[in-house]
Design a protein around this ligand. Structure first.
Ligand SMILES: NC(=O)c1ccc[n+]([C@@H]2O[C@H](COP(=O)([O-])OP(=O)(O)OC[C@H]3O[C@@H](n4cnc5c(N)ncnc54)[C@H](O)[C@@H]3O)[C@@H](O)[C@H]2O)c1
Length: 245
C-alpha cells in the first residue's frame, strides 16, 4: 500500500491504535497529522515518527476545538485525503452505576465527535470527488460488551453512521468503512479491571490480545486504493471473537 502524496488525519494518535496507525501510514509514504487531546504526547510522537508527521491539538468532544483543528489542518497541508477517526474512550462499569455525565462523555468522544470532524473535513473531499474515511468502532458495537453498555451503543452508532454516509458519498467517490477491534493491547485496555481482562481474553478464539499494529493495517487497507470498490463495510479484527454473518 502506498500513500505517497496523501495527507492523512489520524485522531487519537498519541497512543495505542491511533499511534500505530500514524506510524503505519507514515511508513507507507503518507503525510500524517496526529490529532489528539494529549497535545504534548502527540507532538513528541510526531517528532519521533519523523518524516513529514506533524501534530495539531484536538479535543474531539468540543465543537470549537474541532473547528479550530480543521482550519489549522487545512492551512498546514492544503487538503485532507484520508480521515481515520480512531480516538475513543470508555470505562468498564455496570450500566446501573453510570451517571449521566459519563454517558455524555462516552457519546461525545465515540460518536458525535467523529461525526462532527467528518462534517468539517468532508467538503474538500466532495469538491475533489475523492477521499476515504475509516472509523474505528469496536466489536462492542457489533455484539455488545459486558460493563460497556453505553460505549457499545455509541460504537454501534458509528457503524450505522458509516453505512449511511457511505451511501450518500458513493456518488462523490468517497469511501467510508469501519474497523472493529476486539480487545487490543493498549493503555485503554490496560485500565480494564483484571477480572474483566481474563474473561475478555478467554472469549477470543486466538486466546490473545490484538497488537495495535494489527488494527492499524486494517485501517490502512480501507484507506488504500486497493480498497477502492469497498464502501459501507465493517471489518472485525479480533482473533475470531466476532464472527458475524
Ligand atoms: N484497546 C481496545 O481493547 C479496543 C477495543 C475495541 C475498540 N477500541 C477503540 O480503538 C480506538 C483506540 O483505542 P486505544 O485502545 O488505542 O486507546 P488509547 O487510550 O491507547 O488511545 C486513545 C487516544 O485517544 C485520545 N483521546 C481521548 N479522548 C480524546 C478527545 N476527546 N479528543 C481527542 N483525542 C482523545 C487519547 O488522548 C489517546 O491518545 C478507540 O476508538 C477505542 O474505542 C479499542
Amino acid at each position: 500500500m502506498n500513500f505517497l502524496g496523501k495527507n492523512i488525519v489520524v485522531t487519537g494518535s498519541a497512543s495505542g491504535i491511533g499511534l500505530a496507525t500514524a506510524e503505519a501510514f507514515t511508513n507507507a509514504g503518507g503525510r500524517v497529522i496526529l490529532a489528539d487531546l494529549n497535545a504534548d504526547k502527540a507532538r513528541e510522537e510526531a517528532k519521533r515518527i519523523g518524516k513529514s508527521a506533524i501534530a495539531i491539538p484536538l479535543d474531539i468532544s468540543k465543537d470549537d476545538s474541532i473547528a479550530v483543528f480543521a482550519l489549522e489542518a487545512l492551512k498546514q497541508v492544503g487538503e485532507i485525503h484520508v480521515l481515520a477517526n480512531v480516538a475513543g474512550w470508555g470505562k468498564v462499569q455496570p450500566f446501573i452505576e453510570n451517571d449521566a455525565a459519563f454517558w455524555d462523555s462516552v457519546v461525545d468522544i465515540n460518536f458525535l465527535g467523529p461525526v462532527k470532524l467528518t462534517r468539517a473535513l468532508l467538503p474538500g473531499m466532495m469538491e475533489r470527488r475523492s477521499g476515504t474515511i475509516v472509523n474505528v468502532s469496536s466489536d462492542a458495537g457489533r455484539v455488545g460488551s459486558l460493563g460497556e453498555t453505553v460505549y457499545s451503543g455509541a460504537k454501534s452508532g458509528i457503524i450505522g453512521f458509516s453505512k449511511g454516509l457511505a451511501r450518500e458519498m458513493a456518488r462523490y467517490s468517497i469511501n467510508v468503512n469501519c474497523v472493529c477491534p476486539g480487545p487490543t493491547d493498549t493503555p485503554l485496555f490496560a485500565r480494564v479491571p483484571e477480572k474483566y481482562k481474563d474473561a475478555f481474553i478467554r472469549a477470543i478464539p486466538m486466546r490473545r490480545l490484538a497488537k495495535p499494529a494489527e488494527i492499524a493495517h486494517a485501517v490502512m487497507f480501507f484507506a488504500s486504493g486497493e480498497a477502492g470498490y469497498i464502501t459501507g463495510q465493517v471489518l472485525s479484527v479480533s482473533g475470531g471473537l466476532t464472527m458475524v454473518g
